[in-house]
Design a protein around this ligand. Structure first.
Ligand SMILES: NC(=O)c1ccc[n+]([C@@H]2O[C@H](COP(=O)([O-])OP(=O)(O)OC[C@H]3O[C@@H](n4cnc5c(N)ncnc54)[C@H](OP(=O)(O)O)[C@@H]3O)[C@@H](O)[C@H]2O)c1
Length: 253
């Protein structure tokens, strides 16, 4: 299937986990991919694999904490692949720590990646979608990867939960601001999927007990978000904006 043929998609945090997985899924449907993260060696490996299977892809170094670097990184993506249609703000860090142990530096780092990075990622993407006419053609999509953590509170993850709750809020706010310009802004709130962000925790006894307490006693597959992502990236989202879709295998129940 090639429903994203000719569409340029930028994914932050594409060097591992969900971002890397999304890149493969979207490339298989014809998209041109700009992969952004700090570990460019990992991005290059994915780009090579995507090119080997006939896709267009580029690796671009980006630390999303550096808000001033986001626009130039997207310019690089557009120079290589053409106007940006879809921005996936996926980069994230765990931000673990009991409140009383949390340093201001760790708190700021958590928010700089998970929250500020998403905000300016969305703004820089929207600027380009408006300038290129992609928004006017009603093809502009911004997808923010939030978390079920943004819908609840979890001990030892207060900063992370707050950073993700802010993503859900800004998704709605930006969707409202850009509604008339036809930029669809939506979020996905995933439940637990084993990736580098949490593998260390799920390998512990405490992590295994947490899995045993989940209604289905399992983590989700990395493919669990695919259909929601494709829907929010595609034509259906012409009339979906300001939504946060929870996909959690019942983990919140
Ligand atoms: N896995 C889950 O259970 C789960 C559940 C809910 C939500 N999420 C969210 O899903 C997103 C992806 O996480 P994941 O599970 O795929 O974890 P992951 O494998 O650890 O991926 C995190 C990605 O974020 C990037 N990143 C971190 N700091 C960055 C920075 N300063 N600048 C640019 N990129 C940065 C990392 O790339 P570099 O280190 O190379 O920069 C990496 O590619 C995150 O937003 C996470 O909060 C995950």
């Amino acid at each position: 299937m090639s429903d994203f043929q000719g569409k340029t998609i930028a994914i932050t945090g594409a060097s591992s986990g969900l971002g890397e997985h999304f890149a493969h899924r979207l490339a298989a449907r014809g998209a041109r991919l700009a992969l952004l993260a700090r570990r460019t060696d990992r991005l290059e490996t994915t780009v090579e694999a995507l090119r080997a299977s006939g896709s267009e892809a580029v690796a671009i170094a980006l630390d999303v904490c550096d808000a001033a670097a986001i626009g130039p990184a997207l310019d690089q993506a557009e120079a290589a692949l053409g106007p940006l249609h879809i921005m996936i703000n996926n980069a994230g860090v765990g931000g673990e720590g009991m409140a009383l142990d949390m340093t201001p530096e760790h708190f700021d780092q958590t928010f700089a990646v998970n929250t500020r990075g998403v905000y300016f990622g969305a703004c820089e993407a929207a600027r380009r979608m408006l300038a290129s006419g992609v928004a006017e053609r009603r093809e502009a999509r911004i997808i923010n990867i939030a978390s079920i953590a943004g819908l609840t509170v979890l001990p030892g993850l207060t900063a992370y939960c707050a950073s993700k709750a802010a993503v859900i809020s800004m998704t709605k706010g930006l969707a409202r601001e850009w509604a008339r310009q036809h930029i669809a802004v939506n979020a996905i709130c995933p439940g637990y999927i084993e990736t580098e962000i949490n593998a260390h925790w799920f390998a512990t006894e405490g992590g295994q007990k947490q899995i045993a307490r989940l209604p289905r006693k399992r983590l989700m597959d990395i493919t669990a978000l695919d259909d929601a992502l494709l829907m929010l990236a595609g034509p259906a989202a012409a009339q979906i904006t300001g939504t946060a879709i929870t996909i959690d295998d019942g983990q919140m129940l």
